[in-house]
Design a protein around this ligand. Structure first.
Ligand SMILES: Cc1cc2nc3c(=O)[nH]c(=O)nc-3n(C[C@H](O)[C@H](O)[C@H](O)COP(=O)(O)OP(=O)(O)OC[C@H]3O[C@@H](n4cnc5c(N)ncnc54)[C@H](O)[C@@H]3O)c2cc1C
Length: 476
């Protein structure tokens, strides 16, 4: 048995090599600070990685990069060294056995619903608008918020089924916080302007119709960050953080493992982008019971990704196709070739289907053969493919894809965060790490912000405090 080795006191140890962890590592490494990144998966990128299967590439659900922060946009463009595509967004939603433009385009959507439903939708919308002008409604759930802003008819048509599919909860149990932040400012009025005029300038993010995409998939952003860190530092993949030793709210060291070795890693600052619920379980000694109890109430939604490789040039011209219908188990599809022509070999294409689920659900537990077969049948039913076109498939199960904002979650969340914030050298970042519905831009920003906090904190240190290249040592 090896003894625990002495180690550098000046390095920052980063848990998780998704965009948040890598951005923190990149920024610190660029400032000449020693960092060590530990990623449990075999590749970096986390939810924003690109999978390669033969000559096909695909993201875990298409990832478009969008931000309203110019600095973040420039950071990503610099990383990609100008090599990116600007992709037009064109999405549809399949409801009542018809395809509609998505997001809301009233000219198409309302008329497609037929005159009586359109009249009812307009009446409900007007009624709620008047009601809101008299008294601001108290909104607790997604259902409350959407009905108050769009009316019951549009809620039933556009929001109910898809939201329930994504979250696995009734809309009355999904916190309004999720929907109000996501479609803040999106009123039917704005949507109408968008439908009839070219809407630009200070537009709402969900309506923006162009986005940046790297030619070889979204994972190129993470790959560039990793390269930047690895000039002087290590990014260890296939290596999981397993235990976090602390005393008096200061983290001293962590134990990380892979199938060959156990590492005892020392550092001065620790940055975590791993799910906050998992982080709490690793703390040694354990947190008080009330904190563990609060954390057990926080849930993540999981995802199954089924990709079908096809001997066909193209299936759709869409960015995404949303599938809220209750009798269809899949929630959304995308065709990577419509994001970049380099995602499939010439003359071939692929379709990526997303199934939102919990690990206890049948979809998560189904065999790969069953999942491939369900997906083929669903896509045939939509008239998109023929089973003879399918030349290969790839099934991936993605845990902790979405933090679940169930009504009342905030009470438990605040308790957990208040406790973790007492740690003087532990920084929470990223989507799962902060239990926030962050997109890539915010995940990157939280990593950069943590790096900045660390650099400010350690400003007084002399610049020659660099650690030797190998500062984490083997335990066995
Ligand atoms: C289906 C889907 C579609 C999306 N589409 C978009 C989009 O179009 N645009 C957009 O901007 N955003 C999109 N997002 C959100 C985007 O994926 C996230 O915002 C971003 O990837 C979060 O990065 P992160 O580093 O915070 O977290 P993660 O990517 O979750 O990274 C955390 C990392 O920690 C690792 N880890 C976990 N436990 C351990 C451990 N014990 N030890 C070591 N490592 C560990 C994980 O393997 C993972 O790599 C989408 C998300 C999903 C699920």
């Amino acid at each position: 048995m090896n003894t625990i080795a002495e180690d550098s006191q000046h390095q920052t140890v980063i848990f998780g090599g998704g965009l948040a962890g890598l951005s923190a590592g990149f920024s610190l490494a660029r400032a000449g600070r020693p960092v060590a990144v530990f990623e449990g998966d075999s590749e970096v990128g986390g939810l924003s990685r690109t999978i390669r299967r033969g000559d096909f590439r695909f993201d875990l659900g298409g990832h478009r990069f969008l931000t309203s922060n110019e600095q973040t946009e420039q950071f990503v463009k610099d990383l990609l060294k100008g090599e990116f595509l600007t992709v037009p967004r064109k999405s549809k939603i399949y409801m009542n056995r018809k395809f509609f433009d998505y997001p809301l385009k009233p000219a198409n959507a309302l008329l497609g619903l037929g005159i009586p439903t359109t009249m009812r939708a307009m009446f409900d919308y007007g009624k709620e608008k008047i009601r809101r002008s008299v008294k601001k409604p108290a909104c607790i759930s997604l259902e409350d918020w959407v009905v108050a802003h769009f009316g019951r008819t549009l809620f039933n048509i556009y929001f109910k089924d898809y939201s329930e599919k994504v979250w696995g909860l009734q809309c009355g149990r999904i916190s309004e916080e999720w929907v109000s932040k996501r479609i803040e400012g999106l009123s039917l009025g704005v949507a109408m302007k968008n439908a009839f005029f070219k809407f630009s300038g200070q537009s709402v993010q969900t309506l923006i119709d162009k986005f940046i995409y790297p030619p070889l998939g979204i994972g190129q952003i993470s790959d560039r960050l990793k390269e930047g860190i690895e000039k002087d530092n290590k990014v260890l993949t296939d290596t999981r953080i397993a235990r976090i030793h602390h005393k008096d709210f200061i983290v001293n060291n962590v134990i990380a493992r892979n199938c060959e070795s156990v590492y005892d890693v020392h550092g001065s600052e620790f940055v975590s982008s791993i799910p906050v619920t998992a982080l709490l379980k690793m703390l040694t000694p354990h947190p008080p019971d009330d904190i563990t109890e609060a954390a057990s109430k926080l849930k993540y939604r999981d995802l199954v990704i089924v990709t079908l490789m096809l001997d066909k040039e193209r299936v759709t011209d869409l960015t995404w196709l949303y599938l809220p219908e209750k009798d269809m188990p899949l929630g959304r599809i995308h065709e990577p070739n419509n994001w970049s022509p380099h995602m499939s070999p010439q003359g071939k294409t692929s379709i990526v289907a997303e199934y939102f689920c919990f690990k206890e659900d049948g979809i998560w537990k189904a065999t790969d053969e069953e999942l491939a077969s369900i997906t083929v049948k669903q896509l045939e039913k939509l008239g998109l493919i023929n089973m003879n076109d399918v030349i290969d498939n790839c099934i991936l199960r993605v845990p902790n894809a979405y933090p679940v904002f169930e009504v009342g979650y905030n009470e438990y969340y605040s308790k957990v965060v208040d406790y973790l914030q007492r740690f003087k050298n532990l920084h929470l970042i990223g989507r799962s790490g902060m239990f926030r519905y962050y997109n890539m831009d915010r995940a990157i920003e939280t990593g950069l912000e943590a790096a900045e906090r660390i650099l400010r904190k350690n400003k007084a240190e002399p610049a020659d405090l660099r650690r030797p290249a190998e500062s984490y040592k083997f335990l066995q």
